[in-house]
Design a binder for this molecule. Structure first.
Ligand code: PEP
Ligand code: MN
Length: 337
């Protein structure tokens, strides 16, 4: 159940509703919107007498949300959410591009890539300091040193940063160095990590598990939101299918489907979805055409030498060309870039 307060509801009126919930052993998530306060009721709300809630003076209306992902659902928030970042937002008219190497390899490497992606129009610098590798013998990332490099480089270039956090115990540290936390595909159902990311109140890019249904995915987002953090950006990054010629399969359906079901913004990651640099541009364009609010791209000035995910990394030169192509697609679907 979602309780929508009147725009002019005063704090004691809000507290009256919250007390009623607590008297019935229910919890709430409070969302202080620009216009009004919305309370999402957590728990078995069948115990509540609807008429009583409706009669409380600050309450505008009560909505039953049928979807299990109550906070993420578009049922209670028909207008799309904009995740506000420093100077711009994700989920509005503007398409936001996040670009950078798969892994931070050195300060010189990230500095050069940051300069080139910024010049091409990217707003967010991506790059992993903690890498989740299939083999323990592979490069695991520069760790804390990598985080320090990210902070110095993004500040130098006037970019924001997004970097992956793998472990709930790292959330606080990563939040000190990066503007956005990224939760990778393998961690989508790491509920302790999702809760910590929720408590941090930081913007979070939550990548879809490569195995996850839409419902499982939105319920993962719900874990972050249930901690009072609405700053969730979804990311379709390809799923496992029977196709083994590409690394994953971009589930293009996910973009319009999720747009229908949730108010959260959605970005697309054609790099991990294809695993092949020759396919990245086409799938990036398709994703914008399908309604994605942003794109996440792995790029490097010397892509074949990238420490991780070299096969899907495009050159910074091709990235700049792709950006001008994406501008045309964005304009064709009524967006800017
Ligand atoms: C990444 O962005 O480098 C990454 C590891 O992505 P994913 O979790 O989607 O595999
Ligand atoms: Mn990668």
């Amino acid at each position: 159940m979602i309780i929508i307060m009147k725009p002019d509801a005063r704090e004691p009126e809000i507290q009256e509703v919250i007390s009623e919930l607590h008297d019935n052993d229910l919890k709430e998530v409070r969302m202080d919107g620009a216009e009004r306060v919305v309370l999402a009721v957590l728990g078995d709300d069948r115990v509540l007498v609807r008429a009583k809630i409706n009669s409380l003076s600050g309450v505008d209306r009560v909505m039953e949300v049928l979807e299990p992902y109550k906070l993420a659902s578009r049922e209670h928030k028909p207008e799309g959410s904009r995740i506000k970042l420093n100077g711009f937002s994700i989920g509005g008219e503007e398409i936001i591009v996040m670009a950078g190497p798969c892994s931070v390899e050195s300060e010189e490497q990230l500095d050069r890539i940051a300069g080139e992606v910024k010049a091409a129009g990217a707003k967010i610098l991506r790059g992993g300091a903690f890498k989740w590798r299939t083999s323990p013998h592979e490069f695991q990332g520069l760790g804390l040193d990598g985080l320090r490099i990210i902070k110095r480089v993004k500040e130098k270039h006037g970019l924001l940063s997004a970097t992956e956090v793998l472990d709930p115990r790292q959330v606080e540290a990563v939040a000190q160095y990066s503007d956005i936390l990224q939760i990778g595909t393998v961690s989508m159902q790491n509920y302790p990590l999702l809760k910590e990311a929720g408590k941090s109140k930081m913007p979070v890019i939550l990548k879809r598990g490569k195995w996850a249904t839409y419902k499982e995915y939105l319920l993962a987002a719900e874990y972050i939101m249930a901690e009072g953090n609405e700053n969730v950006i979804l990311c379709e990054r390809g799923i496992r299918t029977f196709v083994n010629e590409t690394r994953h399969t971009m589930d293009i359906n996910a973009i319009p489907y999720l747009k229908e079901k949730t108010h959260l913004p959605i970005v697309a990651d054609p790099s991990h979805a294809t695993g092949k640099r020759s396919l990245v541009a086409a799938v990036a364009k398709a994703s914008i055409a399908a309604g994605a609010d942003g794109i996440l791209i792995e790029t490097h000035y010397d892509p074949t030498q990238a420490a991780t995910d070299a096969d899907q990394t495009i050159s910074t030169e091709n990235f700049a060309t792709l950006m001008s192509d994406l501008r045309k697609i964005a304009a064709a679907v009524g967006r800017t870039l």
